[in-house]
Design a protein around this ligand. Sequence first.
Ligand SMILES: Nc1ncnc2c1ncn2[C@@H]1O[C@H](COP(=O)(O)OP(=O)(O)OP(=O)(O)O)[C@@H](O)[C@H]1O
Ligand SMILES: [Mg+2]
Length: 442
Amino acid sequence: MSRRNLELNEVKLRLALRVRYIKSEIRSAKWRILVLAAYAILCWIIWENKYDLLYNESEGAFAYFLYRLDCGALLTWIVVIMLILLRGFSAPLGADQIEKDLIRAGITNSAGEAPILVRKKQDRQNPRILIMEFASRGIPLSRWTERQEAIEGALNVHVDQIELSPKNCRHVILRVVSGDFAFPKRLLWTQDKLASDGFTLVLGETLTGSATIDLSCIPHILIGGSTGSGKSVLLKCLLMQALKKHAKVVIADFKGGVDFAPIWKEKCSMCFDEASLLPALTEIVEELDRRKQEFGEHGIPNIDSYNRLYNHSMPRIIFACDEIAELLDCSGLSKEDKAIIMKIEAKLATIARLGRAFGIHLILATQRPSAELINGQIRNNLDCRICGRADQVLSQIIIGNTSAAERIPKNAQGRFLLPDGTLFQGYIFDEKTELEGLEWTR
Ligand SMILES: Nc1ncnc2c1ncn2[C@@H]1O[C@H](COP(=O)(O)OP(=O)(O)OP(=O)(O)O)[C@@H](O)[C@H]1O
Ligand SMILES: [Mg+2]
């Protein structure tokens, strides 16, 4: 196809999209119809009265010629203004610049063409979010997601979500927040943040809402990140919510409990060494076996069904360990100590494999989540991966990509990234205030 034909096709395609856009916009924004109708009426009134407005007898022999000339000018003005109005309605504001910016971000098809912005509007439920819909023109969704950071840079936005339009699979929808929006340094937990449904725990706030994890679907959590990134605070925030939801919480902390205020010892079981940890884990695994047998006898698939069916409140059990790698690191240990660690590891692996249906969960935090320290059976079942501030290697180990190194600033505390690219700020809370008054579920 010649270059001229290609250009002609491009113009045709854009025109067709713009016409479709005008139709849909006029349908969705009634004020535009009113503007167009008012303009049409005004034009009609002016045109009908053009003789009175333009004809001037005092101009003598040329009067009629001048009148005709003025009519021509008037018509030109009417048409030009109408075209300007239609152009304004035919593309979202700033569409051309956005399309150029996307070319800079490398979002082009094999012919080097940019997507066409067909809609831009604010999200009604969350006015912080801008929704942009593009005719993607053969650019696969994967290209958009791969180039997310470049898009953010070029458009000066934070991308919250990239998805195919549910109405038209050739359209891509970007949900973005202005690049000037910044996470607060400290987010204080308040009681109203506690999720009301099931066993959903709130991780923190994203740019557009809250990040949550439903333990009945994704049962185990791994929190990684370099020292001071906020792992212990996030871990405690999740445990606090679990306690509020009447879970039984067992905490292993090999820093001697310095990160846990004394009130934690009043509300949950705490283990500070391997000797006390092994019996605690054995008890959890025995409870798992007991529940397995009971559910099996009644033909019940999981804890939620059990509680619903028998109007019972069998508690979920959370085993949390801050700095799990310290616990599982066998280097330099005696044979006997190694044997204890192996037993601990085996119990953790059992919970990781079987815990979900029986409401038994692991939340593990560590600076070093490498495969040498946390064995495959445990690691592979820690499906919710959360990465705090980290270098590229650590980020890769935790969430399978290096994004945390680029997206979490070096001075950020309590900022975390999920594998799907969701960035969130965790909450801080006053441990005594939040835990006081809660019952210890044994
Ligand atoms: N969500 C948060 N918001 C603001 N500041 C936070 C947040 N979480 C943690 N911090 C700050 O960061 C400090 C370190 O947090 P924390 O002890 O949780 O880090 P860590 O990752 O567990 O470190 P380490 O690996 O050394 O144990 C806290 O004392 C607090 O001042
Ligand atoms: Mg810590």
